[in-house]
Design a protein around this ligand. Sequence first.
Ligand code: ADP
Length: 352
Amino acid sequence: RGNFVPPIRNNGGPATINSRITGKNDDSMEDSTKKCLEMLCGPDGELPEKLRNLEPRLIEHISNEIMDKDPKVSWDDIAGLHHAKKCVTEMVIWPLLRPDIFRGCRSPGRGLLLFGPPGTGKTMIGKAIAGEAKATFFYISASSLTSKWIGEGEKLVRALFGVACCRQPAVIFVDEIDSLLSQRKSDGEHESSRRLKTQFLIEMEGFDSGSEQILLIGATNRPQELDEAARRRLTKRLYIPLPSSEARTWIIRNLLEKDGLFKLSEEETGVICNLTEGYSGSDMKNLVKDASMGPLREAHQRGVEITKLNKEDMRPVMLKDFEAALQEVRPSVSTSELGIYEEWNKQFGSLS
Ligand code: ADP
């Protein structure tokens, strides 16, 4: 480990970056951690105030594992959901791109909830928002805070909001937010998870009032578990439903076209669409994957050695491949579950 001399001075003398944070001048900090902290220093070479009392290894974890500088999802990758896209553009993207216009009466909410069945594109929307608004994207699964970071969740939450503050505009996406902000009563609730929840709400409160350009997006498949405090902070609540038949067609076409495999007629796609009522976007992706294996499986059955197969000799993906795949890939959401979302949407969802 070399002697690290950062571009900052402390009381007139050189100080290592770790001494600024830990108050000690030890050399135990990994080089990768030092590099990461250096990147967060302002133009004056100082580590921003918000980060000074945080543990460097947590800051590093946030920067390396949770922060995604280039989420690579655009609106055009997401099938259907026109209503959600329109709302999100108005509520989130314009305000992040033009904070000067969105003040006063127009000042946007800082919390957005995306709820609906699993695999319907909630995470994709989060990433697309970050991409379209040229914001830094932070993704964290709330259940990992309670399971993987036992006892450290609070500190990690502080680090998360701290780093996001230094990387504005920022979008913090909290998956399975119900596991963090659930309404389960405190008797059975562990002390640590109660503290974690409080810390999280405090952090949200902190940027809600200020001029920070941070948006919090919570995603959940169990909106009914959220308590009143959570609902109040997530001011906009958008239902992300299962894909329409149009959206399902789009997913099939888009995925196959990407690989130059789309050869189905309109009629055939129509048949597949009718057979996939109730399938989520993620089910559709799995279906297409399975169907696209059809030509290979058939060739193999005919005795062709797949390792020596000529790509040009392969037949296109056909309707019969989808029919076979439909036996394997079943819809993952039941109709009774859908009823719960629709009810909750009626009661708490934002209609525009
Ligand atoms: P959620 O966050 O709602 O559980 P994701 O956004 O993680 O779901 O979606 C999982 C995968 O399913 C995506 O990576 C994508 O391949 C596919 N998918 C889901 N919804 C859509 C959609 N509306 N358009 C295109 N692909 C989708």
